[in-house]
Design a protein around this ligand. Structure first.
Ligand SMILES: Nc1ncnc2c1ncn2[C@@H]1O[C@H](COP(=O)(O)OP(=O)(O)OP(=O)(O)O)[C@@H](O)[C@H]1O
Ligand SMILES: [Mg+2]
Length: 236
């Protein structure tokens, strides 16, 4: 569905090179170590950073994707805050939406009590929920979230994973994460990005402890039980 035919980014001391990977409809999680290239990969898909982007050939539903507006909602790893009320912030990028849709979204993201607050005054996790609600209201066919669980408490991490799983029923989701247990529990596919190279997407169920250990340079165990995955460091 979202096909990256070629993507090449060259910074002074780091290069990312991707050939032929395709993200299907559903939840596609990108994992990998700090500095591995996850954010660069996502920025490259968006087309951000022209001067460092030497190759970029992307297709969505078989059509070349030159301009991403209208197709991709993108939540970067770092986001500036504005002095604007949550109520206004939510529809800033979507324009007016039916009241019913707005109210439902506000409820889904537990933002009822925060609508009259300034975006600047929100806690880290509250801001993240407002950002995700803004993305939900944009209602574009591809959602890309960089470090999607960052700043969320355990309850909201699961709520947000439930949300992207629902969105993934009709959209292509690409989310980078650091919590491998959460990722393997909820994702349909996993892509490992390290040293500017990508391995995947592969079905979540096929990701082994050996693959993750090699990716992070850390001896890890993967346990799967009753639909839940647990990734932990070997202590012996
Ligand atoms: N604009 C830039 N100019 C020069 N180097 C950059 C730039 N952006 C990223 N890099 C370098 O590219 C490498 C990959 O960075 P990137 O942000 O893509 O990693 P990441 O996988 O998202 O890491 P993290 O998990 O820490 O967010 C790093 O070594 C980083 O220092
Ligand atoms: Mg990053």
């Amino acid at each position: 569905m979202l096909k990256i035919e070629q993507l090449q980014i060259s910074y002074e001391t780091f290069g990312l090179e991707i050939e032929e990977i395709e993200f299907p409809q559903g939840v596609n999680v990108v994992l990998g170590p700090n500095g591995g290239g996850k954010s660069s990969f996502m920025e490259g898909i968006i087309g951000y950073g022209h001067e460092t982007l030497s190759k970029r050939s992307i297709q969505f539903r078989g059509e070349p994707l030159e301009r991403v507006e209208g197709i991709i909602s993108y939540l970067p790893q770092e986001n500036p805050r504005f002095r604007v009320l949550v109520r206004e912030y939510l529809t800033m990028t979507s324009g007016s939406v039916p009241k019913r849709v707005f109210d439902e979204t506000v409820m889904n993201f537990d933002l009822e009590g925060l609508l009259g607050h300034s975006i600047e005054s929100l806690s880290g996790g509250e801001f993240k929920r407002a950002q995700c609600a803004q993305v939900a209201l944009e209602d574009k066919p591809v959602i890309m979230l960089d470090e999607m669980e960052q700043g969320l408490d355990m309850n909201y991490q699961h709520e947000m994973m439930d949300w992207i799983c629902r969105e993934g029923e009709g959209k292509v989701i690409v989310a980078s994460m650091h919590d491998a247990s959460l990722a393997l529990t909820y994702a349909d596919t996993i892509t490992l990005v390290k040293d500017g190279r990508a391995e995947g997407p592969m079905p979540s169920a096929s990701v082994t402890a050996e693959m993750l250990s090699a990716c992070y340079g850390l001896p890890l165990t993967v346990k799967r039980q009753e639909g839940v995955a647990l990734v932990y460091r070997n202590l012996l």
